[in-house]
Design a protein around this ligand. Structure first.
Ligand SMILES: NC(=O)c1ccc[n+]([C@@H]2O[C@H](COP(=O)([O-])OP(=O)(O)OC[C@H]3O[C@@H](n4cnc5c(N)ncnc54)[C@H](O)[C@@H]3O)[C@@H](O)[C@H]2O)c1
Length: 368
C-alpha cells in the first residue's frame, strides 16, 4: 500500500500586529496542514519578535523583501493595517501566491477587481476576512432561512459596535491608524455586519445611511500607548446602514466605535412566522435562539433547537480561513470566504460615502 504524505503548506504572515499575534500565528498549524515559515512587518522588530515567539525561521522588513528572498512561501496572510492591504495583496498575487487578506482587501471596488482578476490570471485562490460565512451559528441560521423555519425571512438586523480599538483592546501597536483616512469604524466594524447580513440575505440592491462623529477626541485606554490622545474627528464613528434586497426584504446594520457596551443581540432575523437571534459571542459557536409562531399548533414562544445530525463545522479560531483557502486549492472549489462576496461588501461601504454626501439611496451593481 502506498502512503501519500499529506502536504504541509508553507505560509507567511505579513503584518505582525495584534491580530496576527492573537489569531493567526498561534493557530496556523492547528487549523490546517500548514506551517509558518516567514514573517514580514515594516516595523521589523515585530517580524523578529513573532519569529522568536513562534519559532519561525525567516523575517523580513517588507512583503517585497519576503517575496524576493523566500520563494518557498506558498500562502501569504495579509494581516497588516488596512491602508497597506492593496499593495501587499497585489505583490503577493503577482508572485503567484495564494492569498488571505484581512478586511477590506482594497480601498475601492476597482482595486478589488484588479486583485480578483490577478488571482484568476495567476491561477491562485484568494480568501478574504472576516470569517462570518464560516460561522457555526450563521450557517445554522442560513439553513433555517432556506428551510422556511421562520416563514418568509424579510429582515436581518446586525449590531456591530464596540467602544473603539483604543478603548478595550490591549495593543502593543499605536491604534491611531484606525482613525486615519482609509480606516475608520465603517471598514473596521461595518464590514462585519454587512458581510453577515448579505451572507444571509444575498446581494443587496440599494444602500442608504446616516452617520455621526460621536467622539472626536479619544484618549487611548489600554496597552502600550495608554493615555495618548487620538484626534478622531476626520470621519464618522457611528453608522446606521439600511439595505434593500430583492423580494421586498431589508437589512439594517448599526455599527461603530460608539458603544462602550450593549445588551442588543449581535444579529436577528425576522420572518412572518418567527425570529432568530444570536445573543452570545460567535466564536463560542452558540446555538441560535428561535421564536416560533405556530397558530396551527396553538403555540408561540422562544426555543433553543437541538443541533442537527449534520451540523455546520464549529470554529476554533479566526485563522479558520486558512482551512477554507487550502480546501479550495486542494479540491479546486470556490472558497466560502470568496473575494466576490468581499467585493460586494466593499461596494456597499464605498457607496456609503456617496449616501452621506448626497443624503440619498445608492444602487448597487456587484454580486456574488
Ligand atoms: N475580527 C477581525 O476580523 C479583526 C479584528 C482586529 C483587526 N482586524 C484587522 O487586522 C488587520 C491588522 O489589525 P491589527 O489590529 O493587528 O493592527 P496592528 O496595528 O496591531 O498591526 C498592524 C501591523 O501591520 C504592520 N504594517 C503596516 N503596514 C505594513 C506594510 N506595508 N507591510 C507590512 N506590515 C505593515 C504594522 O507595523 C503593524 O505591526 C487590519 O486589517 C484590521 O482591520 C480584524
Amino acid at each position: 500500500m502506498i502512503h501519500m504524505e499529506k502536504k504541509v503548506w508553507k505560509v507567511a504572515v505579513v503584518g505582525c500586529g495584534s491580530f496576527a499575534n492573537g489569531q493567526y500565528l498561534p493557530n496556523i498549524s492547528k487549523e490546517a496542514s500548514a506551517v509558518c515559515v516567514a514573517t514580514a512587518d515594516i516595523v521589523e522588530e515585530r517580524a523578529v519578535a513573532a519569529c522568536e515567539k513562534y519559532g519561525i525561521p525567516h523575517h523580513y522588513a517588507s512583503v517585497h523583501e519576503l517575496l524576493e528572498k523566500c520563494p518557498e512561501v506558498e500562502i501569504i496572510i495579509d494581516a497588516a493595517s488596512i491602508q497597506a492591504h492593496h499593495e501587499i495583496n497585489m505583490a503577493a498575487l503577482s508572485h503567484g501566491k495564494h492569498l488571505i487578506s484581512q478586511k477590506p482587501a482594497a480601498p475601492t471596488v476597482e482595486m478589488m477587481t484588479e486583485q480578483i482578476e490577478l488571482a484568476k490570471k495567476m491561477g491562485v485562490q484568494f480568501v478574504c476576512a472576516p470569517i462570518h460565512n464560516m460561522r457555526y451559528d450563521l450557517n445554522i441560521i442560513k439553513r433555517m432561512i432556506e428551510d422556511g423555519t421562520i416563514g418568509h425571512a424579510y429582515y436581518a438586523k446586525s449590531n456591530m459596535a464596540h467602544g473603539g480599538p483604543e478603548y478595550f483592546q490591549y495593543r502593543q501597536a499605536d491604534p491611531s491608524w484606525f482613525f486615519e483616512p482609509g480606516a475608520g469604524a465603517l471598514v473596521d466594524m461595518g464590514v462585519h455586519g454587512i458581510q453577515q447580513v448579505t451572507y444571509l440575505m444575498g446581494p443587496a440592491k440599494t444602500v442608504t445611511c446616516v452617520a455621526a462623529c460621536t467622539t472626536p477626541l479619544r484618549p487611548v485606554r489600554s496597552g502600550a500607548f495608554d493615555g495618548k490622545p487620538i484626534q478622531a474627528d476626520r470621519m464618522p464613528d457611528e453608522y446606521l446602514i439600511a439595505l434593500e434586497f430583492e423580494g421586498n426584504r431589508l437589512g439594517f446594520i448599526d455599527c461603530g466605535f460608539s458603544q462602550k457596551a450593549s445588551k442588543q443581540p449581535q444579529l436577528e432575523v425576522f420572518g412572518d412566522l418567527g425570529t432568530i437571534a444570536v445573543t452570545k459571542p460567535y466564536m463560542t459557536n452558540p446555538q441560535p435562539d428561535v421564536y416560533i409562531d405556530s397558530p396551527e399548533r396553538g403555540i408561540r414562544g422562544w426555543m433553543q433547537p437541538m443541533p442537527w445530525v449534520n451540523p455546520p463545522q464549529k470554529l476554533n479560531s479566526q485563522c479558520c480561513l486558512l482551512r477554507d483557502l487550502i480546501e479550495a486549492v486542494e479540491q479546486n472549489k470556490r472558497p466560502v470566504l470568496n473575494a466576490e462576496h468581499a467585493r460586494h461588501v466593499l461596494e456597499i461601504m464605498c457607496a456609503i460615502d456617496e449616501c452621506l454626501k448626497t443624503g440619498g439611496k445608492v444602487a448597487l451593481h456587484t454580486t456574488f
